[in-house]
Design a protein around this ligand. Sequence first.
Ligand SMILES: Cc1cc2nc3c(=O)[nH]c(=O)nc-3n(C[C@H](O)[C@H](O)[C@H](O)COP(=O)(O)OP(=O)(O)OC[C@H]3O[C@@H](n4cnc5c(N)ncnc54)[C@H](O)[C@@H]3O)c2cc1C
Length: 325
Amino acid sequence: MLFHALDTMNTDEVNSVKKWISSVLDDQEFMSETTDLVLACKDGTTLCQLVNKLKPGALSEEWLRSPQSVDDYGLNLELFLNCLRQTFGIDEDYLFNPQYLIEYTRPKTGDFSLPLVSLLTTLQQLMKEKPPRTRVLKSTPLKRSKEVSSDEDLLKSLRRNFSGEIVLPSGSYDYATSRSTLNKHVNALPRLILRPRNAHDVSLAIKFAKIHKWVIDVKSRGNSTTEFGVRDNSMLLDFKLMTGIFIDQGLKTVTIQPGACWADVQKAVFPYLVVAPHDSASGVGALLSGSSGPLVNSHGLPLDLLLSAEIIMADGEVRTASRKT
Ligand SMILES: Cc1cc2nc3c(=O)[nH]c(=O)nc-3n(C[C@H](O)[C@H](O)[C@H](O)COP(=O)(O)OP(=O)(O)OC[C@H]3O[C@@H](n4cnc5c(N)ncnc54)[C@H](O)[C@@H]3O)c2cc1C
């Protein structure tokens, strides 16, 4: 991809990228013919501003507004590139090598240097991103920046009793991993991510969402190929801290927490010379959707072998459902 770009890059393309940056950042400097695009982007601040303009909150406070050293430049550039990978889903092939920018010095006029070409290749991918207004209006007309601060106020009460992790919208690693699913077309931005540690946390979260009329999404292992698991502006319950697998040898039963995956269940029961009904990277979400596998013909679906389940009701009450109750 990069080699193709080298052949075809021309001044018009450079100008169109500059024009685009100028309009997104509302900064006429970029329109000037004398502005060297690579020099202007080299310390990463312009690039970090760009992604935050395109998707407010895409990058958290971690990036440096006044980078002083080459290390600072590197940090900003890495944060920007990670954001493109995780938030914008841009393929690795289109991403520039940060070292090109860091080591860049202005070439002779008219030269299309490798740093410029690779930077343009990356930015041209980002240009395909729709302006933020389109997307926010689709789901809710609220502005994200206001949401974050008001959500923080609301969260004060939740923090007192919630023992799990609370992840606010940002470009942080935690936010990116929790909202990502195996289906890379899903690129939703939940307004809040909660990682419960126990049923009490889940109950609190559901009550909280109900009071504030927030939509709730649930993620087990994120293998769902549909787009219903993680959505824009929802409160996402990510069960990554609840992956326990408890075996009762006497009863020959296994209790699994909602973030466990079937492959781990299989490993856990293996020493007891039994097999789990399913064996894949999918989690509890797979139990709900059936989990067909090689043992289905002889033993039925995992769902058929389910003895009981702890369920958190819509009002936050914790109940146990079983064939008897
Ligand atoms: C590579 C691959 C291989 C697959 N192989 C098989 C296979 O062999 N057999 C098979 O049957 N399927 C298979 N599937 C499909 C997979 O099992 C389903 O997509 C399943 O729903 C994924 O479960 P999850 O928990 O990993 O996904 P998640 O995306 O976390 O959850 C799936 C759905 O369940 C909901 N959910 C998750 N946990 C809970 C909970 N605790 N309470 C309420 N709702 C919850 C989620 O909101 C979501 O809507 C495969 C999928 C992939 C990507």
